[in-house]
Design a protein around this ligand. Sequence first.
Ligand SMILES: [Zn+2]
Length: 280
Amino acid sequence: MSSPPLARTTGPVSAVLLSAGLLLSGCSSQPASAPTAPATSTPVAGETVGSGSPSPPATAEALDGLTIAVDPGHNGRNSRNPSEINRKVPDGRGGTKACNTTGTATAGDYPEHAFTFDVAERARELLEGAGAEVVMSRADDDGVGPCVDERGQFAGEAGADALVSIHANGTADTSARGFHVIVVDDAVHADVEEPSRAIAEQMVKAFEDAEFDPNPAYGRDGVVARTDIAGLNHAEVPAVMIECGEMRNRDEAALMESEEGRQRYAEAIVAGLEAHFAEQ
Ligand SMILES: [Zn+2]
């Protein structure tokens, strides 16, 4: 999760969620740049399909032979190991940041770490089926960490062509809904900035094609550039962080809690990667 909508928190909801210890422990504790006003130009689903210059069809061949790094956010035992999770690690910009956080959860207590790991496993199967090699930041959902610096670095160490970090957001306002994609702003590894944004834009299209709507609180195009996401700061390969939806929203929670919903998220992620690499 990331946190700008905290400012829109309402009293009673805030009290309940804060007491659950979830809201302040998301994947990124620093707010993004101020959310824009609700978009006046929210894309209509399917509106961009077929418009503009023709782009080559995304095909499975686009991923054949590539290495894709997949980072399912958080981990299953983070909440039981606060000292390990709260220890400071390099944030990629000369400062420090907590190793990791517990993430958020649905009102039914379906945790973000379980959601992200399941979607990652589904994405891995699809990617491997398309001929890609997949490296994961964690092998199961029963551990602690890894820390945010490692979650960025492992992609470069594996020689990956791209890094996809999978999360879900935990805005307290339960009416908030939709996905957004985060990319690094003012990247330390400057050469990744442009391709990261290119992947993000294809990811937005793929999510919209899969009938997911962007969250208008995070920029009208569904892409937000931030300097405070340590995993992205450390990434030496093109990288995006996808906040698939809002776990406190009843409808999106139901989707995330369902296998069918998680498969849809995984398929959208892979479709976004396919579309990007089909253009390379
Ligand atoms: Zn998260």
